[in-house]
Design a protein around this ligand. Structure first.
Ligand SMILES: [Zn+2]
Length: 1027
């Protein structure tokens, strides 16, 4: 992924033929070589297969299929943004604490020469001649890899270094026609009329400098934040530099309002595109942001809810792609929820012969197939092969060469639709059956004592009425089964013919088997009374247990065996309390060791134990058995290993540390309800096909790969996304663009085998400016989060953070060099579509998995890593830039949720009340000077001091403030895939630390720079690359 070479993790193991039992037809092209990431040895790309018919515009072949129905994207994005030189770009190395890049930064009032001296001095410590090379870097022999690494900073920047901030020169330059053709605006930027400055920004040169920085702004009572530093070795010797800086005079910096604002970008997009109908008929069209409400009308490309791309204009050549280092990736959420006002997917049935496909590349019939020869043949848009149209499918063409039934057939006119799959698409050519949900409850001492067991049993009695079903079905076809366990397993016969449930005990966990076939998996409606009886009895049966040991792997094994016996796919819901120490396969021991952090072995904390669990994952995938894990730990439980099966089977991991009924019960139940009801497909296998010239090379998600092309998912639900990276293997054509087709074969909740197809067409350009214009920051950050979180399994954190910073600088420097008009080096110039990319990357580097802090729990870090790997763009955006909503100045009579503020403590006010949410955490922050009247109206107490501790919900009060606040919280929670527990945070209390971790523009509590400092650092790196 970058020059420093993320180790490209190979797919699990190479080809294990026959796993899954699929016929060779699905995804039957030969395994393709896995391409290395950027910086790998230059590849000699394979030539197209013999006999491949490439589109040849001048050869008399029919025109390329895609050119007709779609209009090339004429829409222009905004042009680059300019920012004044961030002051005080001092040198240092990310990840090398002894150099303390930021916080050894000396005061800003230095003369330019002094600054430069400092900079050079530090640089000698930090870097060799090639600024971004480090020891991990594989040799890069491709010249295009290092276009900017010619020399260390020369004297070029002298004069500009010390110049005071020139105020805001954010503007939109670059004529749409020729953004790369030099300087379209004709000369250096000036202030007048150049575009929009950032709102709230001060006039140039006046208000641009203000007191800012640790100690300067912070109210006296605030706990001192640790000095963020890349490398984050909080306890290491590097702290010396930070401490010295803290003692120094406060820094003078730019007004924080003058640097690009995520909230502003979000609001601007809402204003520009909110409420609109987004039609997908234009190739390469950049959709509205995920944070904008809009309605999608499918006119030939998949909705952005299903597929979002890092850029909608791919570079034509591999060289260009390597030059800019912008990842080419699509985030696919095949089962994404669509709002009620959008059309659900149509079902297409091509009869006994199954869906019509290209004979060569096996792509499914779609809008990119071009009908020729009077409609008797069609040319594949992906591989250009010309295929016969089966007689039953023949239709005449109109004067435009389009089939006259174009609008009657979803597969010809829409981006997304489903096919009925025939027996050929079923395992072993046998019809699939409806899936089963097995509830497996740990009844050891901890879970009994906390009340979790009783809570689960109570809830299931009603929850099972909400099992997922087909849209039109009266009831669910999903079968249910029940197991309890501690160090032995108990299976329950809940056959509807029984008066009482029967328990069968398996105490030999070494060779797991299912002791009963009939009566274990049943229809809930038919067996309701027996099941109710069972759920009533379970908490009492184990009420007096002293058993504190548990097994874990045998539990999953039992679930898989049960599904195997029933010949169905399904999902295990496991409610587990502790590290499994009982003698059994998969027994674990505590290997948590904070001393490993910041060492070569730190990565082992994220790595699952192999062996039993690895095999379990494979067994689960091949059976279509997904594992959802709900854990209730009171201490370390090796979540890296316990969660491993879930993350390879499309499962979810929910964690409730030190579970307490009063504060966590509702939160857990809400998660459980959402999870059980989710729309979902089982036993899925996904294939992403592409037009010639590029291919999918890497996949990230809760998935399993047996070969390099087939993405296997035991289940895939509406919240799970797979991020797919593409690489070139030939030159792409601007005329035909880049086409992709995601085909997902799965079993529906009623047991039908179906194919869900999503098609998307992108532009291609030999101009990098087109790529940068068509970038999407939210999708980019999803890719970077997943690739970095995978890399930490194999590489030291410091190296991963270095790669992130270097690649950020590289991407932006390439833009500056190739796409921006000439300007002073002291100006930071960012592509408009990526102008808030740095704040997200900086936020990513401050997330728990990527900081080297010994204060964070290993399981918490692992948990965040696991859940992020399967996230879609909406969730990763919110996770990395939480919403901070001011609540004290609302218009209580309207429904409008106040616009979020930038995530920084500077936005908090003592007399304010703020909601902060990131999709997983929900805080209500209460300023110490909150008006008593507001406190009274919200909490029904006279002052904050009277608030009960551990309050996890707001009292229901009949006044406008209370109603409005509760409705905002309800709507925020309803939008989120996981439920969130409301945590009250009073200003200056200890609990505030948790809250402040999420103020992502500030210095990280556990290491990591403020946004402002990071931007300065990146700017300096860019300048180094450009000299
Ligand atoms: Zn084809």
């Amino acid at each position: 992924m970058s020059q420093q070479g993320y180790v490209a993790t190979p797919p699990y193991s190479q080809a294990q033929p026959g796993m899954g039992g699929y016929p060779p037809g699905f995804g039957s092209t030969p395994a393709q070589p896995l391409y290395g990431h950027y910086g790998g040895q230059p590849q000699s790309f394979p030539t197209p297969a013999t006999g491949m018919m490439k589109p040849a515009p001048h050869s008399g072949m029919p025109p390329p299929p895609v050119s007709s129905p779609y209009i090339s994207n004429g829409q222009q994005n905004d042009a680059p943004q300019r920012y004044p030189a961030p002051p005080s770009a001092t040198a240092g190395s990310y990840g090398q604490p002894s150099q303390s890049p930021y916080h050894s930064t000396s005061p800003q009032a230095q003369p330019p020469a002094q600054q430069l001296t400092n900079q050079m001095g530090a640089m000698n410590l930090g870097y060799g001649p090639g600024p971004t090379q480090n020891s991990q870097a594989p040799p890069t022999s491709h010249p295009s890899h290092q276009p900017f690494q010619s020399a260390p900073p020369s004297s070029m920047g002298h004069s500009s270094l010390g110049s005071p901030p020139t105020g805001l020169q954010s503007h939109q330059t670059a004529s749409p026609q020729s953004p790369t053709a030099g300087n379209p605006m004709g000369g250096p930027p000036s202030m007048g009329g150049m575009g929009r400055p950032f709102p709230g920004s001060p006039p140039p040169g006046v208000g641009g400098v203000q007191q800012f920085g640790p100690g300067a702004v912070r109210p006296p009572g605030y706990p001192q934040q640790p000095q963020g530093q890349y490398g984050g070795q909080m306890a290491g010797p590097g702290m010396g530099g930070g401490a010295a800086q803290m003692a120094g005079p406060p820094q003078k910096k730019l007004d924080p309002d003058s640097i690009p604002s995520t909230t502003q970008v979000i609001e601007d997009d809402k204003a520009k595109r909110g409420g609109q109908v987004y039609t997908t008929n234009i190739r390469g069209q950049v959709p509205p942001l995920v944070t904008t409400d809009f309605t999608v009308q499918d006119q030939g490309n998949a909705s952005p809810r299903y597929m979002r791309c890092t850029t909608y204009s791919f570079p034509c050549t591999a060289d260009l792609a390597k030059q800019c280092q912008v990842p080419l990736a699509t985030i696919i959420k095949p089962f994404a929820k669509v709002p009620k006002n959008e059309t659900p997917l149509y079902m297409v049935n091509h009869g006994e012969t199954g869906p019509i496909r290209c004979n060569r590349c096996k792509a499914y019939m779609c809008p990119y197939m071009q009908f020729i020869d009077g409609g008797r043949r069609f040319q594949c848009g992906f591989c250009s092969c010309v295929n016969e149209v089966p007689a039953f499918y023949f239709q005449h063409l109109d004067h435009m060469g389009r089939r006259v039934d174009f609008y009657e057939r979803p597969e010809l006119s829409l981006g997304s639709y489903e096919f009925v799959a025939t027996l050929d698409y079923c395992k072993n050519n046998k019809p699939a059956s409806a899936p089963a949900y097995i509830f497996m409850i740990d009844v050891s001492y901890a879970n009994i004592k906390s009340g979790v067991v009783r809570l689960i049993c109570e809830e299931l009695k009603s929850l099972l009425d909400n099992l997922p079903r087909e849209d039109m079905a009266e009831s669910s076809s999903v079968k249910v089964g029940f197991v309890t366990y501690n160090k032995i397993l108990h299976f329950y016969n809940v056959n509807s013919a029984l008066a009482q449930p029967q328990m069968m005990v398996v105490s030999d966990t070494a060779e797991m088997f299912v002791p009963l076939l009939d009566g274990f998996l049943v229809n809930f409606q038919e067996s309701r009374s027996v099941i109710d009886n069972l759920l009533e009895q379970i908490p009492d049966m184990f009420a007096d247990t002293n058993e504190s040991e548990t097994v874990f792997a045998p539990v999953i094994q039992a679930g898989v065996e049960a599904l195997k016996a029933a010949e169905c796919s399904g999902k295990l819901f496991i409610f587990h309390s502790s590290i499994p120490t009982a003698e059994a396969p998969g027994k674990l021991k505590n290997r948590d060791d904070k001393k490993l952090i910041n060492t070569e072995k730190g990565k082992t904390l994220f790595q699952p134990q192999k062996g039993v669990y690895e095999q379990l994952s494979k067994d689960c995938v091949s059976q279509g058995c997904s594992v959802d894990l709900f854990v209730f730990p009171s201490q370390y439980m090796d979540l890296a290993t316990l969660g491993d099966v879930s993350t390879h089977t499309g499962g979810s991991v929910y964690k409730y540390s030190n579970f307490q009924m009063e504060t966590d019960g509702a939160h857990f139940l809400s998660d459980l309800r959402k999870d059980v009801r989710k729309s979902i497909g089982f036993d899925a296998i996904m294939r992403v096909r592409t037009s010639t010239g590029f291919r999918a090379t890497d996949f990230f998600g809760a998935i399993h790969m047996n070969n390099t092309t087939d993405v296997e998912m035991a289940a895939v639900d509406c919240d799970k996304a797979v991020t797919v990276e593409f690489k070139h293997d030939d030159t792409l054509s601007e005329e035909t663009g880049a086409l992709m087709q995601c085909a997902l074969l799965y079993t529906s909740v009623s047991g039908q085998r179906r194919l869900r197809i999503h098609n998307l067409s992108l532009n291609c350009s030999s101009q990098l400016s087109e790529l940068y214009k068509s970038c999407e920051t939210d999708a980019l950050i999803n890719f970077f989060a997943k690739s970095a979180y995978r890399a930490i399994l194999n590489q030291p954190l410091m190296a991963v953070r270095d790669i992130l910073v270097n690649q950020t600088a590289h991407m932006l420097a390439c833009y500056r060099k190739n796409c921006a008009s000439p300007s002073a080096a002291s100006q930071l110039i960012l592509p408009d579509a990526m102008k808030v990319f740095p704040v997200y990357i900086n936020s990513l580097m401050k997330t728990a998995p990527l900081v080297s802090s010994t204060e964070l729990s290993t399981d918490d870090r692992v948990h965040q890593r696991l859940i992020t790997m399967a996230m879609g763009v909406e969730e990763s955006q919110l996770l990395l830039y939480p919403r901070l909503i001011p609540l004290h100045n609302m218009d209580y009579s309207s429904d409008v949720v106040p616009a979020p503020l930038r995530c920084s403590e500077e936005r908090l006010t003592d007399a304010g009340m703020f909601l902060l949410e990131n999709g997983h955490f929900l805080f209500l922050w209460l300023g110490q000077a909150c008006p008593p009247e507001l406190v009274q109206n919200i909490f029904n107490v006279p002052s904050l001091a009277h608030m009960p501790s551990n309050l996890s919900s707001l009292p229901v009060l009949d006044n406008p403030q209370s109603k409005k606040l509760r409705s905002i919280i309800d709507s925020v929670v309803a939008q989120s895939p996981s439920s969130m527990k409301l945590q009250m945070v009073r200003q200056k209390e200890r609990s505030e630390m948790l809250f402040r971790q999420h103020l992502v523009e500030d210095v990280g509590l556990h290491g990591g720079a403020s946004y402002m400092d990071f931007l300065c650092y990146v700017h300096r790196e860019i300048r180094k690359l450009l000299t």
